[in-house]
Design a protein around this ligand. Structure first.
Ligand SMILES: [Zn+2]
Ligand SMILES: [Zn+2]
Length: 142
């Protein structure tokens, strides 16, 4: 994850992307910027509930959907059960360990040559997912 997130003026950034920076939206974005371990809707909701007692899970979900549509947040569908989210500051791949469930960021440039079938389409995102056993878990097998 690139630096610069902590010094980011979130309300101004959201506004620049055409999103009205309500308190809830700013808090959710702030949380994602500070927690780069790909939280789920459930995790974000639980963490912010204390600060935002009127928050609902639907609001978290809808906010993330909006962020995703505008391209400021990336939805990671590596998990079979749950979507995970992160601030889309750079392009990288993901590896999920089948055993411990950790999701690692990979420093791969996700920029394949655009296939000609996509000519005329507007591509919003590309994803590279790897799955298997992480080093910790595979070492444990030895
Ligand atoms: Zn593992
Ligand atoms: Zn990531």
């Amino acid at each position: 994850m690139s630096s610069g997130l902590s010094s980011m003026n979130i309300p101004a950034y959201l506004l620049e992307k055409g999103i009205k920076p309500s308190v809830t939206r700013v808090k959710i974005f702030e949380y994602l910027a500070a927690h780069t371990l790909h939280p789920t809707v459930e995790e974000i909701y639980k963490e912010l509930l204390e600060e935002l007692p009127t928050l609902s899970k639907t609001t978290v979900y809808n906010t993330l959907k909006l962020f995703s549509e505008v391209g400021v947040v990336r939805t990671i569908m590596i998990d079979d059960n749950e979507a995970r989210f992160e601030v889309a500051v750079d392009s990288h791949g993901h590896f999920k360990c089948d055993r411990c469930g950790r999701i690692y960021d990979l420093d791969v440039i996700v920029q394949l040559e655009q296939p000609k079938e996509l000519e005329g389409c507007i591509v919003r995102e590309q994803n590279i997912y790897f799955k298997g056993l992480c080093k910790d878990c595979s070492d444990r097998d030895k």
